[in-house]
Ligand binder design. Structure first.
Ligand code: ZN
Length: 248
């Protein structure tokens, strides 16, 4: 097959067009679609994966619903991730990120509510943060807290977050080895980070002696998601055990 063209090298194009194709789905990740608005109206934590796929090579969109109010507080922290993150704002009001905007985060980035005034009723941001899980070894994350007074680091909690299927995946690193429904590494890391952050040894700054306030996790909700994921696994095992007993 040949084609008369005046661009050097372009004669090979028909050949490529005839042979290049997208591989059919392997069946490993069944195509799913959700409405981000519907899904986030029932979410239990920030950075909730909206699809059940988190293995090596998977794109993992995670939703967050942030909103202001007199009693709302979203303690600030820093996140470091070896994989890229892309934020999309699906709707916001009086937030640092306008509705419809996109933001590619730096590997080390500050995290807060993104609201101009988190104490103001009616302010909100509904966003997704999407990361692509590494297929190679070396995926890691860290969460850092700085002293409210002198701004120096009081804690940097770094951990391995290699996804299932990556060469360095460790089943017990951030999820239980026999979990059927895996913990999401950032949620697990968040809970461990807050546990260490709120210990007296970390909270009282070693640089300036300032007694930092307790890190309130309720608006982030990581402990809820980690606990509910543990319960979901236990419930699944419980039914399986009952079925085996009854059915033999
Ligand atoms: Zn300090």
């Amino acid at each position: 097959m040949s084609l008369v063209v005046d661009t050097p090298g372009a004669a090979v194009l028909p050949e490529i067009a005839a042979t290049r194709h997208v591989e059919p789905p392997s069946g490993e990740r069944e195509p799913l679609k959700v409405s981000i608005y519907e899904r986030m109206s029932k979410s239990n934590a920030q950075l909730m994966p909206i699809f059940p796929y988190d293995e090596a090579g998977a794109m993992v969109p995670c939703g967050a619903v942030l909103y202001g109010g007199a009693d709302r507080t979203h303690p600030h922290f820093f996140h470091w991730n070896t994989v890229s993150e892309l934020l999309v704002a699906w709707g916001s009001n009086e937030a640092m990120i306008a509705s419809g905007s996109l933001m590619a985060t730096q590997p080390f980035h500050g995290v807060n509510s993104f609201l101009r005034d988190e104490k103001k009723e009616g302010t909100f941001a509904l966003v997704t943060i999407t990361q692509r899980q590494s297929s190679e070894a070396g995926q890691r994350e860290a969460l850092t807290a700085k002293c409210e007074s002198c701004k120096k680091d009081i804690l940097r909690f770094e951990y391995e977050s290699a996804p299932h299927g990556a060469p360095d995946f460790e089943a017990a690193a951030y999820t239980e080895a026999d979990d059927v429904f895996r913990q999401f590494s950032t949620q697990w890391g968040g809970v461990e980070f807050v546990r260490q952050r709120n210990s007296d040894a970390v909270r009282i700054c070693e640089h300036c002696g300032h007694e930092n306030s307790v890190f309130e996790m309720s608006a982030w909700g990581w402990d809820r998601m980690v606990s509910q994921t543990s319960v979901a696994n236990a419930a699944y095992q419980s039914l399986k055990a009952s079925a085996e007993e009854v059915l033999g």
